[in-house]
Design a protein around this ligand. Structure first.
Ligand code: GDP
Ligand code: MG
Length: 642
């Protein structure tokens, strides 16, 4: 065998000659100097050893590099260096997850860990450091006032109640009795604060939720005792239940002659809202909004519920909040009513809100008075936006204008690109919705509208039966009448679909549905509804089937046999033909028949179970007779996809 000189090997391996000599000696070779020649076999051994050593060195290096040991609580601005990323990327990532960040403060431990892990690294904390970090965060948390929304049927007294609570007379000043948009306000009862959102009913409330902004803690449902539970009352109940907020009922207008609050309670129970004195857990308070009676008791009940909810928030630090509403002000430009969720917003703060950004120029409280700051659940009007932020937009205070602009511009660019591709919405069709969620669960949320109560109930019954252990079918709402915007928003907020049975949707409602990415399906026949949903549901509950090719045969002769029908004298060209398989008949490249069962399979006169490649056989199909010479029979099986 040829010998190779050591200096040549060293050259090939890119190693110093004396290292190679050292290693060879370690391997037991008899080496004198760099001119010594060694065997191919020894060279292979040398290469092997080198590969092993390099791999080991690499692994050690990686393990060391891939674990980040936190020695001290570093401010955020020091983190990019550790993660080998840019500060810009890091802050946009945090902003997109609505994590408030302060350059000069450490990140919450879990946030830091997630950032590190998402980059494929491990985290280690110096003893007790993580606990210290958690403790300092807990210390910043305090209780916050409850945020309350008032819902109910038109004219049942929402505005009058809000007005009574606020001790002013907005209702009298209203044009046409429609609730004005005045955002939110705060009152004080027994030294404690309550924040009211003055949105016009559940539509706005649900729109906010569809934007991912659930701000309401408690919903007060106003029901006029003289009118009882009305369609919008039912809608409000459904919206509140879908949002999983605590419901409190104010039975209003009890000052009127001959009204019976018990009748209202009866009606409420029929809709799944069971009053406390009827064995349920919903507090009902009789009030007269007009005469300002019972309001104090109602507010006490709100505080009682708030205590049960144990509402807390981080009080200090940069603010994160939600835009409740916005408008263009002649003097101030775009302004928005904001409810702070955590932290405190201050005049001069730089912020981002969706893809708009700005700096707080003026803060005004619910009375229109300028204030310097606003903490959790304190409604405040913010001036200083670069653009009008829609209701439901999250607003987040950041370090300075530079960062606000950086994130804002990034988002604007992403938005433009999204619009170009035309996929502006998160969820779309029934099929998409029936994809398993992160927990592997499949759920179908339905908002049902029908022409008659009876048909709505029939459909609910039939569709509920389609649910099983794999798929949960939930009726978020069902009602009588045409499909309206509120239905769409409710479906959007609940990631559901709208089913209309003999119920129409106007062009405008359909446009909203398109914008929100809500699938609206209308039907005239109950059977079609069931069939459609069953298909969708079964489509995923049933395992996916796939075709497995078994073999191919050429038809070489056609025999007509009395009583047995037509037989294709065939020659198996590929794989095999199995009696239990299915056949596809192909003529000149076109599919003539599909999924035909084999009725008979013969070799000469004998029935056989299978015929393999290279043999001739007679094939008879159950429901196909019209073979021609030259047809190709594709043989396959359908089986469960793994
Ligand atoms: P909204 O549409 O729910 O906001 O209802 P409003 O607050 O505008 O009230 C509708 C009508 O009911 C107005 O004429 C009110 O004066 C009247 N109203 C409201 N609360 C009461 C009440 O407690 N008693 C009586 N008798 N009338 C009331
Ligand atoms: Mg009103």
């Amino acid at each position: 065998m040829a010998k190779v000189r050591i200096y040549k090997i060293a050259e090939q391996l890119g190693m110093p000659t004396h290292d190679v000599i050292e290693m060879l000696r370690g391997l037991g070779a008899d080496v004198k100097n760099h001119m010594s020649g060694i065997d191919e076999e020894l060279i292979e051994l040398l290469r092997d050893e080198l590969r092993f050593q390099r791999k080991k060195a690499e692994e050690t290096r990686r393990r060391k590099e891939r674990t980040l040991t936190i020695q001290e609580l570093l401010p955020l601005k020091e983190i990019p260096r550790l993660l080998d990323t840019s500060l810009d990327d890091l802050v946009s990532e945090l902003a997109d997850k609505y994590v408030v960040f302060d350059m000069n403060k450490p990140l919450p431990p879990l946030v830091l860990e997630r950032l590190v892990r998402s980059r494929g690294w491990e985290v280690e904390w110096k003893d007790g450091l993580r606990e210290t970090a958690v403790q300092s965060l807990v210390a910043q948390i305090g209780t916050r006032p409850p945020i309350v929304a008032i819902l109910g049927h038109v004219d049942h007294g929402k505005t009058t109640l809000l007005d009574g609570i606020r001790q002013s007379r907005v209702a009298a000043a209203e044009v046409g009795g429609i609730t004005q948009k005045i955002g939110a306000y705060q009152i004080e009862v027994a030294g404690r604060k309550i924040t009211f959102i003055d949105t016009p009913g559940h539509e706005a409330f649900t729109t906010m939720r569809a934007r991912g902004a659930q701000v309401t803690d408690i919903a007060i449902l106003v029901v006029a005792a003289d009118d009882g539970v009305m369609p919008q009352t039912v809608e409000a109940i459904q919206h509140a239940q879908a949002a999983e907020v605590t419901l409190l009922v104010a039975i209003n207008k009890v000052d009127k002659m001959g009204v019976n609050p018990d009748r209202v309670k009866q009606q409420l129970s029929e809709h799944g809202v069971i009053p406390e004195d009827w064995g349920g857990d919903v507090i009902c308070v009789n009030i007269s909004a007009l005469q300002k009676k019972g309001i104090e008791e109602l507010l006490e009940m709100v505080l009682l519920q708030a205590d049960l909810l144990e509402l807390t928030a981080r009080i200090d630090g940069f603010a994160l909040g939600t835009v409740i509403e916005s408008r263009l002000d002649r003097g101030k430009g775009p302004v928005a009513t904001v409810l702070v969720k955590e932290g405190t917003i201050r005049v001069g703060d730089s912020f981002i809100a969706g893809s708009t950004w700005g700096r707080v120029r003026v803060l005004a409280n619910d009375l229109g008075k300028p204030v310097k700051e606003a903490g959790p659940a304190v409604p405040v009007e913010v001036a200083g936006f670069s653009d009008l932020p829609p209701a439901g937009t999250r607003i987040m205070v950041v370090e300075d204008d530079k960062i606000a602009r950086l994130i804002g511009e990034k988002r604007m660019k992403a938005e433009r690109e999204k619009n170009l591709v035309g996929t502006g919405v998160h969820k779309t069709t029934l099929e998409d919705l029936l994809e398993p969620d992160e927990q592997g669960e499949k759920e179908l949320n339905i908002v049902l509208k029908a022409d008659l109560q009876g048909s709505a109930e029939a459909i609910e019954k039939a569709l509920s039966r389609l649910g099983d252990k794999d798929v949960a079918i939930r009726f978020i709402a069902k009602g009588v009448g045409n499909i309206n915007e509120a239905d769409i928003m409710l479906a959007s907020a609940s990631s559901g679909i709208v089913i209309g049975f003999n119920a129409k949707a106007s062009q405008e409602v359909l446009r909203t549905a398109k914008r929100e990415g809500v699938d609206v399906r209308t039907y005239r026949i109950i059977y079609d509804v069931i069939d459609d949903i069953e298909h969708a549901v079964k489509g995923m509950a049933v395992p996916v089937m796939e075709e497995a090719a078994l073999g191919k045969a050429d038809v070489r002769a056609v025999f007509k046999i009395p009583r047995s029908g037509t037989i294709a004298g065939s020659y198996v060209t590929e794989g095999k033909v199995d009696r239990g398989s299915l056949v596809r008949v192909i003529r000149r490249g076109e599919i003539l028949a599909e999924g035909e069962r084999i009725a008979s399979l013969k070799r000469f006169k004998d029935d056989v179970r299978e015929v393999t490649m290279g043999y001739e056989c007679g094939i008879g199909l159950e429901n196909f007779q019209d073979y021609e010479e030259g047809d190709i029979l594709e043989v396959y099986q359908i089986r469960e996809k793994k």
